[in-house]
Design a protein around this ligand. Structure first.
Ligand SMILES: Cc1cc2nc3c(=O)[nH]c(=O)nc-3n(C[C@H](O)[C@H](O)[C@H](O)COP(=O)(O)O)c2cc1C
Length: 143
């Protein structure tokens, strides 16, 4: 059964990257790093899921979606093929918790599939892997 690829962005602290690597280890999920310019230049070959952290710089109008993610989403094909969003954040940011994932979900009409803090726990990885496996099954059934 084919697995929907996960495109993620992670800064140098690599918390989101660690979660993505755990997902890849858990069930062989293909993961691609949008911090890599070569990856940002590509187009997703089919349905894909985004995993993004939030970065709030201070004022309320400041964008929280990382530049690498915005650049990948400039492609109309990538926007069309995006089927769901996973967020990495930190509850210390209060009302801005998961702001990037939630704003994008609202704007794109795509669902938030899962949210976790920092690099997530082992339980978060297992729960998220199960959600993505359900998505794989649904996509393969509709092929
Ligand atoms: C400057 C800065 C701003 C942040 N802003 C937010 C925010 O608005 N909302 C949120 O939920 N988390 C926020 N975070 C937390 C990060 O999204 C979280 O630590 C994430 O796991 C970082 O992933 P990365 O290490 O892969 O870049 C912020 C972190 C930093 C350092």
């Amino acid at each position: 059964m084919s697995k929907v690829p996960l495109y993620y962005y992670s800064s140098t602290s690599n918390l989101t990257g660690r979660f993505a690597a755990s997902l890849a280890r858990t069930d062989g999920r293909p993961v691609r790093n949008l911090a890599d310019p070569a990856v940002r230049k590509t187009e997703a070959p089919g349905p894909w899921v985004l995993l993004t952290p939030s970065y709030k710089a201070g004022n309320a109008n400041e964008v929280t979606l990382p530049a690498g993610v915005r650049s990948f989403l400039r492609s109309p094909m990538n926007r069309r093929r995006l089927i769901g969003i996973i967020g990495s954040g930190n509850r210390n940011f209060g009302v801005y918790y998961q702001a990037a994932a939630r704003q994008l979900a609202q704007r794109s009409g795509r669902p938030i599939l899962f949210e976790f803090e920092l690099s997530g726990t082992a339980e978060d990885v297992a729960r998220c892997a199960a959600i993505l496996a359900d998505l794989d099954a649904a996509l393969n059934a509709s092929d």
